[in-house]
Ligand binder design. Structure first.
Ligand code: ARG
Length: 590
């Protein structure tokens, strides 16, 4: 979401600019010192700290320096800071940390400016232009399961955060739409629905059942099996009739996936495995020319240092596989799409696969040796979704849970809770429906995103739909409450913004103000480390800081009403942006 207003950059970044000047002035002979700025661990010491003194001291000691230790080095850095509106005071502590206290007037001004110029001016600045986020990526004709749900939710959030940071994002749905199973599906289609060409795609009905039936036939009927194997060859050879049948089968799956995406409000662009197929020979040639591909037990493989089994790129029967497709997709994304960051969101079970693919790309010189240099490829792994029994999440029938049913249940539970609170008479039917959706789907997303993605988490409706604790319900209600404070004040917030005048006199006002200002660096950190839970933690802490402020500082009817209403508004604005980035629709009344 680009803005014509200047993007101010995070507090960290703004402090880094000041300290960079000071480091250059105080130590002109030392090249390449980058300011190391962090949030203070203990807020009693300050808001931020600069940690350069110790490493600088280690560099210069024993070289006839005038300094007598890291503390004086720290002091020199402080003395050389340029004058600024930003810093109230600095002090050295411990072995040379520099603690920084920000001016509350500056914090207040920054918030006022954001209210006028928009929260887009608080977007972080990232060192990338174009990324591919490869997420969701279910398999045609197979069930889309909770693993794909996690990938969809996490990937969408990462894409949203990057887009907010003015990075171009190619949202790629790398669907499994190629492979030997299509031979059997196509042949089964010919048998079951002879007029399939004229019939609508829906004639196939439940695709999972269709898949199962065709598999059974494949396993038990040798004649069918042979036809299915020939069908694969016809399909891969591009024969019209087979291509058409394949398209029709894919279309049925696509419509099913869409029912999930539509509920979640997630947008993806499909470039499935089949898309890369024509490019595979060329990509493998490039790898072969570098001498990377070897013969092993009839297959063609790439050996990777430190890995016991090589990466198979051409199977024994001459066919391509998951790895050949991913190597080719990586090549395509780098060279055709000119992406500088390729992000893959799948369960941790695929970590090894991606490590090998990325390692091969490094050997080929497609990716730089250093992990931190761009272009870069990152695997975003995530853990399992567990049921209350601590085992993989399934319904009683041991079938994989149908995602659409799962989402619908979250919604209907929310609707029931709202009805129990009398909202059916208070609100229009549409309002009730929309709120139930926002809260229900939001709860499912938040319960997933709030955990570090690598850990397994337990799926529990009662927990995620509770209005207490760290849940979307609690946070959405907190936001609605702030909106209602503003509404009930009867003041015109647009007018108040023009007047300004935020003063952070009370410690709880200051704490809230500072936390608001840290939004940009949290989004930045969440993007760089690909960790949406950091944004959830930030949001939860924001609502806690707001509660403290609201408990201890009277807003409506007080002498400080105007300035405190502005702080309420700023909190609501930042909360809404957090919701947006997490893919959650905010609600305005409860
Ligand atoms: N279709 C795969 C699965 O369901 C996920 C694909 C992930 N993306 C990729 N480029 N390999 O496990």
């Amino acid at each position: 979401m680009a803005t014509d207003k200047e993007i101010v950059g995070s507090v960290k970044e703004q402090l880094a600019k000041l300290f960079e000047e000071s480091l250059r002035a105080a130590f002109p002979d030392i090249e390449d010192v980058h300011p190391m700025i962090a949030i203070c661990n203990d807020s009693r010491h300050g808001d931020y700290q600069c940690n350069n003194a110790m490493s600088l001291w280690n560099k210069i000691k024993g070289q006839g320096t005038q300094f007598r230790g890291p503390q004086p080095v720290g002091k020199a850095i402080i003395d050389n800071l340029p004058a600024s509106e930003m810093i109230e005071r600095c002090s050295t502590a411990g072995p040379g940390f520099i603690n920084v206290v920000l001016k509350k007037q500056w914090i207040a001004k920054s918030i006022e400016r954001m209210l006028i110029d928009g929260i887009e001016t608080w977007a972080p600045k990232l060192p990338v232009k174009r990324t591919v986020v490869d997420f969701s990526s279910p398999n045609i004709a197979k069930e889309m399961h909770v693993g794909h749900l996690r990938s969809t939710i996490i990937g969408d959030t990462l894409a949203r955060m990057l887009e907010f940071s003015n990075v171009e994002v190619l949202r790629r749905n790398h669907v499994g739409d190629w492979g030997t199973q299509f031979g059997m599906l196509i042949e089964y289609l010919f048998d079951k629905i002879p007029n399939w060409e004229a019939a609508s795609a829906q004639a196939i009905g439940d695709l999972q059942a269709f898949y199962k039936a065709s598999k059974q036939r494949f396993d038990n009927d040798p004649d069918f099996k042979e036809r299915a194997q020939k069908a694969v060859v016809s399909l891969q050879g591009g024969e019209e009739k087979y291509r058409k049948a394949w398209t029709q089968i894919c279309e049925v799956s696509r419509e099913e996936f869409q029912r999930v995406y539509q509920r979640l409000g997630v947008h993806l662009e499909e470039k499935g495995e089949s898309f890369y197929n024509p490019y595979i020979p060329k990509a493998l040639d490039l790898l072969n020319n570098k001498g990377l591909i070897q013969e092993s037990e009839g297959a063609r493989v790439i050996f990777i240092e430190g890995k016991k089994i090589p990466l198979i790129v051409v199977k024994r029967d001459g066919g391509f596989n998951y790895a050949s497709t991913d190597l080719t997709a990586l090549w395509y994304r780098l060279n055709e799409e000119k992406a500088d960051w390729m992000i893959y969101v799948t369960d941790v079970g695929q970590r090894e696969h991606f490590e090998m693919v990325f390692a091969a790309a490094k050997l080929a010189g497609w990716l730089p040796q250093n992990e931190n240099d761009f272009p870069k490829a990152s695997h975003v792994g995530f853990g399992l979704v567990l049921g209350d029994d601590g085992k993989r999440f399934r319904t009683r029938s041991t079938e994989v849970v149908k995602l659409v049913d799962l989402l619908d249940e979250a919604k209907s539970r929310c609707k029931l809770a709202l009805e129990e609170r009398g909202k059916a008479t208070e609100w229009t039917a549409e309002e009730l429906e929309q709120t139930a959706e926002a809260v229900g789907y939001g709860a499912v997303k938040y319960a997933d995103l709030k955990n570090n993605r690598l850990t397994n988490y337990t799926f529990n409706f009662d927990q995620m739909l509770s209005d207490k604790g760290n849940t979307a319900v609690y946070l959405l209600y907190a936001h609605a409450r702030i909106c209602s404070i503003i509404r009930k004040s009867g003041r015109d917030i647009e007018e108040l913004k023009k007047v300004g005048g935020i003063v952070l006199a009370h410690p709880d006002e200051r704490a809230l103000g500072l936390h608001l200002l840290q939004f940009a660096e949290i989004v930045e950190e969440a993007c760089i480390n690909l960790l949406p839970n950091l944004l959830c933690e930030y949001l939860y802490k924001l609502s806690e800081d707001f509660t403290k402020f609201y408990t201890n500082c009277q807003v409506v009817g007080s002498a400080e009403e105007t300035r405190r209403l502005l702080l309420c508004e700023a909190t609501a604005v930042v909360m809404r942006k957090c919701f947006y980035l997490l893919g959650i629709t905010p609600v305005y009344k409860i």
